[in-house]
Design a protein around this ligand. Sequence first.
Ligand code: SAM
Length: 194
Amino acid sequence: MKLDRILPYARQLLERAVTKGDVVVDATVGNGHDTLYLSQLVGEHGRVYGFDIQKEAIEETATKLEEHQLRNRVMLFQEGHEMVEEAIPPVHHGAIAGAVFNLGYLPGGDETIVTRPRTTITAVKKLLEMLKPGGIIVLVIYHGHPEGAVERDYLLRFVQTIDGETAHVLRYQFMNTQTPSPFVIAIEKRESRS
Ligand code: SAM
């Protein structure tokens, strides 16, 4: 297949926006796959801020990073991503090159603990302010579970209200799958004349 699958596509978008030495955010660290990937993408002089409300997610991610000797590039917060502005030092406000949200529940964990539209949208709004021009927010939306379908609807309504002068907003989704395909929403903060 020549079309990118959803997760490789999400990573490709991040790779276009992020270079070595950049500051990035993993808004839902979970088992740490994206955190590890981001820590490699930003290189030794970069910085990753990771958020998850579950202790087991933070611990699992910390272990993964230690195994790869990348723990020192990453600051992990056992806090909701809606706290990004408070948690990330002011020196990095306006300097964030990329942020990723992998929504839903922790794979292999408690399926009743899920991301919620109010806090997700709060975090996206704050991160859009904190991005540098040309920076990108990538959301992967899983809507096969009931709360996911609700979150999808709120998010779709919200992203369509983002001022086109502020950011480009894109949706990438396979349309003819038998079960609801996860999809990507990408929000790219505009440079002054892009
Ligand atoms: N990217 C992860 C990985 O590589 O394994 C998967 C993330 S998982 C689909 C979603 C995660 O979001 C769960 O671990 C859950 O605890 C977390 N979560 C739920 N609400 C949150 C919030 N308000 N802030 C940060 N994380 C949250």
